[in-house]
Design a protein around this ligand. Structure first.
Ligand code: GDP
Ligand code: ZN
Length: 359
């Protein structure tokens, strides 16, 4: 308790909690100090420690699996030498993982220890239900809680209609109607995020940076308007991958998260389509495809008007995508390089076709 590094108050702004402090006890006894990783470079990382920012070496001996590699949001145990070294990572509570599509079948962790995934959906554009479902699935899959922010309410033709459609797509998910222009919903959103760690997901232009800045209370993230003024090719001077929010809590914003589009959604599937999964348990056949099989409870519910047909379509699409990811992972685990390459090639073709139809 009297160690020079035992004052964790500086880290609490970055999400450090008593539970983490307890989990860290053994590392402290070994003379290590906690730090949260801001960004990772080749062979090193920038982190925020109790006494301020540090650059730590990542030993080459760490596992080559990208899922185990340190990433933004991880809590690390550092040896506090003149050249600090990353010795261990605390177990992740949750993460945002993308299956890195083209190059390998490894999952890619985009952010670690994320409590809330805010899926941003613009009210100023037609709703893309399939895309919303995927982003939700990504949130569930990594163990975070999704929240939907309907953005640009000031530009909406009929916000209430979209809100009720979104509600039917995402039962049990908190939905906040927001406008950065009028300030609508921002307090509600800030309260929902609380002290935890948040990421903002959604396609470019929906207002993620604007919401981020409103939550930060500062114009730290370059919004579309500013990016356009800057002109193409000019890099923003400072990147803030992990920043404390005004109301407590922490926002993670990385280039990887900004680029997220296709996801490893297998685990999230059940929760996004909870009512279909529940109905499926009552189908006569265990492997019912909910198509023309006799005794299909899902089709019965559709006929009875209890489930919308497009919910089943969305479920099928996401299931195909998840099956594809699973197939690639299996191939990787078998270490069967030839099969894997074949599978990836054919699956990629199918996926690009699928994606083109979807997005
Ligand atoms: P991002 O690409 O998702 O980060 O989106 P940005 O935050 O950069 O916003 C894209 C554009 O939408 C910018 O020109 C913003 O000024 C504008 N915008 C964002 N939020 C709102 C809003 O609530 N109302 C209005 N009218 N415009 C907004
Ligand atoms: Zn069925």
């Amino acid at each position: 308790m009297t160690s020079p590094f035992s004052n964790s108050s500086a880290l609490s702004r970055y999400g450090w909690t008593q539970a983490l402090d307890d989990a860290f006890a053994g590392h402290r006894e070994a003379g290590l100090v906690p730090a949260r990783i801001l960004r990772v470079h080749r062979g090193s990382c920038d982190a925020i420690a109790e006494h301020g920012p540090v650059r730590a070496t990542i030993p080459a001996s760490r596992s080559a699996d990208p899922v185990d590699a340190p990433c933004t949001g991880d809590w690390a145990a550092l040896r506090p030498d003149r050249d600090p070294e990353l010795v261990a990572l605390l177990a992740r509570r949750s993460s945002v993982v993308r299956a890195s599509a083209a190059r390998s079948s490894h999952g890619q962790v985009l952010a670690a220890n994320v409590d809330t995934v805010v899926v941003a959906v613009s009210l100023a554009a037609p709703l893309n239900a399939a895309r919303l479902e995927r982003f939700l699935a990504l949130g569930w899959a990594g163990g975070a809680r999704p929240v939907i922010a309907l953005t640009k309410a000031d530009l909406a033709a009929d916000a209430a209609a979209v809100e009720s459609e979104v509600r039917s797509l995402a039962p049990g998910v908190d939905i906040v109607v927001t406008s950065v222009a009028t300030g609508q919903g921002m307090d509600v959103l800030a309260a929902l995020l609380g002290e935890g760690t948040t990421v903002l997901l959604g396609p470019s232009g929906v207002g993620k940076s604007s919401i981020g800045n409103a939550l930060l209370g500062e114009e730290l993230l370059a919004t579309g308007a500013v990016r356009a003024q800057d002109g193409k090719g000019r890099h923003t001077t400072v990147r803030r991958e992990l920043v404390p929010l005004r109301a407590g809590g922490v926002l993670i914003d990385t280039p990887g998260l900004r680029a997220v589009s296709l996801h490893d959604a297998a685990d999230g599937l059940e929760q996004v389509f909870a009512e279909i999964e529940r109905l499926a348990e009552s189908c006569r056949f265990g492997d019912c495809a909910h198509d023309t099989e006799p005794g299909c409870a899902v089709q019965a519910a559709i006929r009875a008007g209890e489930v919308a047909e497009r919910r089943l379509d969305g479920y099928r699409k996401l299931q195909r995508e998840a099956a594809w990811e699973a197939a690639r992972t299996d191939a990787r685990l078998r270490g069967d390089r030839v099969n894997r390459q074949k599978a990836i090639t054919s699956h990629l073709r199918a996926t690009y076709k699928f994606r083109d139809q979807q997005l």
